[in-house]
Design a protein around this ligand. Structure first.
Ligand code: NAD
Length: 502
């Protein structure tokens, strides 16, 4: 049997493939193992941290404008290599190519934001805070910072993190998902080509063992995590106990509220993309639709059934398909288990995607068609848990307040949205709902790169969101300097009262 190609690590500007544990990387469209990814051990992660530590002094002192130029070069390179990057995403994640392109584009927007580093790092200055005394605040780089990312956006989520961190003068160790590592690694190699000095960005592949080294090593100053809530909570607690600055973004269960006065056809077509796009493997997906009033629910269900019947499921490389496979066999089994559980819990399975026919040549892929439940209720596991698959549940509520109470009671608070024509209802909803990112007639209210991304409740541990202005705050430390240059007039001896402007 021929050995699988190895996915290695990027340390000090070189791809390295030391001996050690590996894990297969599958193509979910075919179910075939196509690569083998190295799982970094302590020594490898420590080598990456040492490389980032060595690169820090010179990079910290590189003018922000020069750092920003690397970002501008990288943007161009990513655009030139977009096709290759997206094919790698689809080959390992499974999402359709157009969706991979969308994720890459959102990632590139974060690089554009990072290329404003000279402006973002200007700080604040006050002249004459006392007689002939000036004071200013600088935003200094932290040093070595790390990022740990999930499988569902192998290009975009790493790009939420490291471009802004390095544009702010830090050096970085990235630990991508071991399930789909190749596009992340290609982007890091392109960053070197764009002019990022060796050691400024290092990539170690692996799992828990690698993450634990990053959480404990005293040279790592801060760590950004995106993944599931149990791991986010663990990363936040462990990293904080080691004295690090941590932001840990977790899971979600986002509700879309459809009001009786909404344009139902528009709401349904928006929710279709948000529920089933990328097979529901998005932290901003809509797995729950709360219909206000039974007439609204009946109309929504009828239209959803019709739309689902038009969907095509198959390999993501075929542009005629709307939905690709789930990421792994284990995840497929888990999602199917939730569908069975929903039936057992008493929800009505209106559309069962488990019997979707495989396209010829793809019989071993992890395909699950769109599933639709009606009469989902709080308390059911399919209501409570993040399923992360193409399973949409319709919940019936009798009023907007009842819908909002359900959303507020849920453990997650990542995203939500309301479909309505009533401005007053929309304002009441956006003003009061206990969720971090809210849409009005917008199903996926993912903030653009110059805002910041962050959920509430158990969707985010830490107090700063990802990217945008919060990202700059997270990756810098404020230092405030107060300065005077004594002249003869102020050499008057010691003063013992607390200094004030006088
Ligand atoms: P995951 O939690 O399994 O893995 C995320 C990262 O943590 C990976 O790099 C993985 O190697 C590492 N990891 C796994 N187990 C670990 C352990 N025991 N200790 C330390 N590190 C460990 O998540 P996933 O399945 O890759 O991604 C899907 C999840 O990510 C979903 O819950 C989704 O909602 C969430 N997500 C959240 C956001 C957000 O912005 N809030 C964005 C994307 C994805």
């Amino acid at each position: 049997m021929q050995a699988l190609p190895i996915v290695g690590h990027l340390i000090g500007g070189e791809i390295i493939t030391p001996d050690g544990r590996t894990q297969n990387v599958y193509n979910p469209a075919t179910g075939k193992a196509e690569k083998s990814v190295l799982l970094a051990d302590q020594r490898t992660v420590e080598a990456a941290i040492a490389s980032a530590q060595a690169a820090f002094p010179a990079w910290r002192n590189t003018p922000p404008l020069k750092r920003a130029r690397v970002m501008s070069n990288l943007k161009q390179l990513l655009e030139q290599h977009a096709d290759e990057i997206c094919r790698l995403i689809t080959a390992e994640h499974g999402k359709v190519l157009s969706d991979a392109m969308g994720e890459l584009q959102r990632g590139i927007e974060n690089i554009e934001y990072a290329s404003y580093a000279p402006q973002l790092l200007k700080g604040e200055h006050s002249r004459n805070v006392g007689p002939a005394i000036d004071s200013w605040s600088e935003m200094q780089a932290l040093g070595v910072v790390a990022g740990v990312t999930p499988f569902n956006f192998p290009a975009m989520v790493p790009l939420w993190m490291w471009p802004l961190a390095v544009a702010c003068g830090n050096t970085f160790v990235l630990k991508p998902s071991e399930r789909d590592p190749s596009s992340t690694l290609l982007i890091a190699r392109l960053a070197l080509q764009a002019g990022l000095p060796p050691g400024v960005l290092n990539v170690v592949n692996g799992g828990k063992e690698a993450v634990d080294v990053l959480l404990a090593d005293t040279r790592v100053q801060a760590l950004s995590f995106v993944g599931s809530t149990p791991i986010a909570q663990y990363v936040y607690a462990t990293g904080s106990a080691h004295g690090k600055r941590i932001q840990a973004l977790g899971g979600a269960k986002n509700h879309a509220v459809v009001m009786p006065d909404a344009d139902i056809a528009q709401a349904v077509s928006a929710v279709m993309g948000a529920a089933y796009g990328s097979c529901g493997e998005r932290c901003m997906a809509i797995p729950l639709l709360v219909a206000v009033g039974d007439a609204t629910a009946d109309a929504v269900i009828a239209l959803l059934k019709e739309e689902i019947s038009k969907m095509r499921v198959g390999p993501g490389t075929d542009s005629g398909n709307d939905m690709g496979p789930l990421v792994t066999r284990q995840h497929y089994d888990k999602v199917c288990g939730y569908v069975a559980q929903g039936v057992a819990e008493g929800a009505t399975l209106v559309v069962d995607g488990r019997n979707v026919a495989a396209q010829p040549g793809y019989e071993n892929g992890y395909y699950l068609g769109a599933c639709l439940f009606d009469r989902v209720k709080p308390g059911m596991k399919i209501y409570q848990d993040e399923i992360f698959g193409p399973v949409l549940g319709v919940v019936r509520a009798q009023s907007l307040q009842e819908a909002m109470d359900m959303i507020d009671a849920h453990e997650y608070g990542n995203g939500t949205c309301i479909f309505t024509r009533d401005g007053e209802a929309a304002r009441y909803f956006t003003d009061n709902i206990q969720v971090g990112m809210v849409g009005v007639n917008v199903p996926l209210p993912v903030p653009v790169a110059y805002h910041s991304f962050g959920g509430w409740k158990r969707s985010l541990f830490g107090d700063l969101g990802a990217y945008g202005p919060d990202g700059v705050r997270f990756y810098t430390r404020r230092k405030t300097i107060t300065q005077r240059w004594p002249s003869a007039g102020v050499r008057e001896g010691a003063a013992f009262s607390f200094p004030s402007a006088q």
